[in-house]
Design a protein around this ligand. Structure first.
Ligand code: AGP
Length: 609
C-alpha cells in the first residue's frame, strides 16, 4: 500500500512528485524517496521517516528536472531504512524503479543474480526487480520492451514504475494487482498509486488494468498489453473533491477499509501458499520448535484480542493445541503461569500498543518464545518479537479496526495450517482449507453485497437502547468483535455473550426495543441457537439472525435474517459474519451522525497503559 508518483512535463518534476506524495500520505508509510534526471545521471534521494525528512534533504534539488518518480514506502521486505527506501537502481545505475506490492520469488531471482556477480545494497524485493529489468535493458531495446520481458520472470503483486538514463523523456509502468492510475495533461502526463495525487493537475484519469504497461512522455501516453499489443486509451473524468478522493470516493476511511477486505484476503495469502499447495511462512521458527511447543498464549487488546479468540478456537479444534488468550493489560499483573515450552503470540495492528509491548517484554524476561502477528512493519512489537508474521493488510486509518481484524484471523488460519503441515496433524484437510481460503476474497465480496439490507436494519434500529451480540462457538467470538464495533463508533451499549448464557442472567435485560443479533453460521449447533432465539423472542426482544445461504429454517424463526455464503469450514463461516456486523455498526453510526473515523475518547494506537 505504498504511495507512487511520477511526472513528465514542463513543470519542475521534483516539486510535482513531492506534492503528489504529500497527497498520498494517508496511505501510511515509513520512508520516502525521489529519482530525477540531473545532468548525466539519475539522482536518487531517499530517507527513512516522514515525508518531511525527505523534504529536508531535497532542498538542493535541480531547478528544473522535467521527469521524476517518487515513492512513499509501507515496508514489507526489510525494515524502514534509508537503504531500503525506494527508488532503487539496477546494476549499472542506468534505470531507477519504484514498486508497490510483493515479489514472491525475489529470493530465487536474487540468488541467480548474485551468482552472476550482481551486488545489492538493500534487503528489498524491489531492488531485485530493478536488476531483473536492467538485465533485459540491453542496447537498442526500448525501456518498455525490457520491462515487458522482465515482468514475465516476476511472481506476485506489483505496480512498477521505471525511468532510464538513456531514454530521459520516458516513464514506463506496469500494473499487476497493485493499483496504478494515469493522469492525462496538456503537454504533461503523470501517474500515481491513487487518484488524489492526480487531481490538482488533471481530472482525466486512466485506471490501469491487470498486466497493462503504460509508456508516458510529455506528449502522449501509450498502453500495451503483456504481448506488446497497443491498447486504446479510455480516460475517465473524475469529479470527486480532493478530500473525498483520499478515501477512494468513500465518505469514511472505515467504509473504504471494510470494502478493501476482499483485496486484503489476497494480500494476506500472497507469497504464503506455494504452487504445490504448501503453506510458506517466511522466517518463522524451525520445524523443531513447532514440534516442541506444548501450549500457546495469545496476548492482545481490543479487536486484536478478538482475533486471538478465533486463533484459540482454531488451534484447539483443529490442532488440539491448548491455547489461552489474555488481555495484554491483565497479562502482566496476573503473574501468568507460563510453560517453558509455550509460545507467546502478540497480535497487534499498530505494533505499538503499550499494554501488549509490556506483556511481550515480560515473556522475553521469562525466556518464552515470542511471535508477533502485526500489520505495521518496523513497529516496536514486530521488532522485539523473536519472529513476526505481517498481516499485509495495508495502512488502516480508521480508529475502528476492520480489515486488520480479518487479516489477523486469516494469519491464524495460515499459522494453524502451517503447524498442521509440520506436525502432520491427522484429520486437518490442508488442501481443502487452502481451497476455501482461496475463495475468501469472493465470499467477502458476496457479503459486501448485503450492504443495502444492512442499511435498512440500521435505519430501523439506530435508536435501540441496547444491542446483544450472541453466538455459539466461533460465532460467539465474532459476536464480541461486532459488539465492539457498534460500541466504539455508534456509542450504543452492547452486551456480548455465548448465546447459551442468556438464560443465566442477561435475559433480564431483554425488553421489546432491545435488539439481539445472533450469529448462527455453524449448522452443527444452529438448532441450539434457535432455542436461544426463541427465549429472547418470548420476552419481546427484536431478533436479527446471521446464518448461511443454505439455512432454510431461520426464515421461519427470526424477524430479520442475513444470509452469508457457506464455506466448508465453520471457522470461515463465522469470520464472514463479521462483514454484516461491521456494516451494521458503520451505518448506525452514520445515521446517528457520529464521527466514524475518529470516535470520541479513542485513539488508533494506544501507547499508554
Ligand atoms: C478496535 O477497533 C480498536 N481500535 C482497539 O480495540 C484496538 O483493536 C486495540 O487498541 C489494539 O490495537 P492494536 O491492534 O494496534 O494493538
Amino acid at each position: 500500500m505504498c504511495g507512487i508518483a511520477g511526472y513528465v512535463g514542463p513543470k519542475n518534476a521534483v516539486d510535482v512528485v513531492f506534492d503528489q506524495l504529500k497527497r498520498l500520505e494517508y496511505r501510511g508509510y515509513d520512508s520516502a524517496g525521489i529519482a530525477y534526471l540531473d545532468g548525466g545521471s539519475i539522482q536518487v534521494t531517499k530517507k527513512a521517516g516522514k515525508l518531511s525528512e525527505l523534504g529536508k534533504v531535497l532542498h538542493d534539488s535541480p531547478k528544473h528536472a522535467e521527469l521524476a518518480i517518487a515513492h512513499s514506502r509501507w515496508a514489507t521486505h526489510g525494515g524502514p531504512t534509508d537503504e531500503n527506501a525506494h527508488p532503487h537502481y539496477d546494476r549499472f545505475e542506468r534505470i531507477a524503479i519504484i514498486h508497490n506490492g510483493i515479489i514472491e520469488n525475489y529470493l530465487e531471482l536474487k540468488q541467480d543474480l548474485v551468482a552472476h556477480s550482481h551486488k545489492f545494497s538493500s534487503q528489498t524485493d524491489t531492488e531485485v526487480a530493478a536488476h531483473v529489468i536492467g538485465r533485459e535493458y540491453t542496447d537498442g531495446v526500448p525501456l518498455e520492451e525490457a520491462v515487458r520481458k522482465a515482468v514475465k520472470k516476476l511472481r506476485g503483486a506489483y505496480a512498477l514504475v521505471v525511468m532510464s538514463l538513456s531514454e530521459p523523456g520516458k516513464i514506463v509502468c506496469v500494473r499487476n494487482s497493485s493499483p496504478l492510475v494515469l493522469g492525462i495533461g496538456i503537454g504533461e502526463n503523470m501517474l500515481a498509486s491513487d487518484i488524489p495525487a492526480l487531481l490538482p493537475y488533471t481530472r482525466e484519469v486512466v485506471i490501469m488494468e491487470e498486466n497493462q504497461i503504460a509508456i508516458l512522455t510529455k506528449e502522449r501516453i501509450r498502453l500495451i498489453d503483456g504481448d506488446g499489443k497497443e491498447l486504446a486509451i479510455e480516460p475517465t473524468h473524475i469529479d470527486w473533491d480532493i478530500d473525498a478522493a483520499e478515501r477512494g470516493g468513500y465518505e469514511h476511511f472505515m467504509r473504504k477499509e471494510i470494502h478493501e477486505q476482499p483485496q486484503v484476503m489476497r494480500q494476506v495469502t500472497t507469497g504464503r501458499i506455494d504452487e504445490k499447495g504448501k503453506i510458506r511462512l517466511e522466517g518463522i521458527f524451525g520445524d523443531h520448535v513447532w514440534n516442541e511447543i506444548d501450549r500457546v498464549n495469545i496476548i492482545a487488546c481490543g479487536t486484536a484480542y478478538h482475533a486471538g479468540l478465533m486463533g484459540k478456537h482454531l488451534f484447539e479444534s483443529a490442532l488440539r493445541l491448548p491455547t489461552d488468550v489474555y488481555f495484554s493489560s491483565e497479562f502482566r499483573y496476573g503473574d501468568p503461569v507460563l510453560s517453558p515450552k509455550s509460545l507467546a503470540i502478540f497480535v497487534s495492528q499498530s505494533g505499538e500498543t503499550l499494554d501488549s509491548l509490556a506483556a511481550l517484554r515480560l515473556c522475553k524476561q521469562r525466556r518464552i518464545r515470542t511471535l508477533g502477528i502485526v500489520n505495521v512493519v518496523g513497529s516496536a512489537i514486530s521488532r522485539e518479537c523473536d519472529r513476526t508474521i505481517f498481516t499485509q493488510a495495508g495502512p488502516e486509518i480508521s480508529v475502528a479496526s476492520t480489515k486488520a481484524y480479518t487479516a489477523q484471523v486469516m494469519v491464524f488460519a495460515l499459522l494453524a495450517l502451517y503447524i498442521a503441515q509440520v506436525q502432520e496433524v491427522p484429520g486437518v484437510r490442508i488442501d481443502e482449507w487452502i481451497s476455501e481460503i482461496g475463495r475468501m476474497d469472493e465470499l467477502m465480496a458476496e457479503c459486501l453485497k448485503l450492504e443495502p439490507q444492512i442499511e435498512k436494519l440500521a435505519e430501523e434500529y439506530k435508536d435501540m437502547p441496547l444491542c446483544f451480540f450472541l453466538g455459539r462457538g466461533a460465532d460467539a467470538f465474532v459476536a464480541m468483535e461486532g459488539a465492539l464495533k457498534l460500541k466504539e463508533i455508534a456509542y450504543i451499549p452492547t452486551q456480548e455473550y455465548p448465546a447459551g448464557e442468556m438464560k443465566h442472567g442477561p435475559l433480564a435485560l431483554v425488553t421489546e426495543n432491545v435488539v439481539s443479533i445472533f450469529g448462527a453460521t455453524d449448522p452443527n449447533i444452529r438448532d441450539k441457537v434457535v432455542s436461544n432465539i426463541k427465549e429472547v423472542q418470548a420476552r419481546g426482544g427484536r431478533i436479527i439472525a446471521i446464518t448461511t445461504s443454505e439455512d432454510e429454517l431461520m426464515d421461519q424463526v427470526a424477524e430479520h435474517v442475513i444470509k452469508i455464503p457457506k464455506t466448508k469450514f465453520e471457522f470461515l463461516n463465522a469470520l464472514l459474519a463479521i462483514i454484516p456486523l461491521q456494516l451494521f455498526a458503520y451505518h448506525v453510526a452514520k445515521l446517528n451522525g457520529c464521527d466514524i473515523d475518529q470516535p470520541r475518547n479513542l485513539a488508533k494506537s494506544v501507547t499508554v497503559e
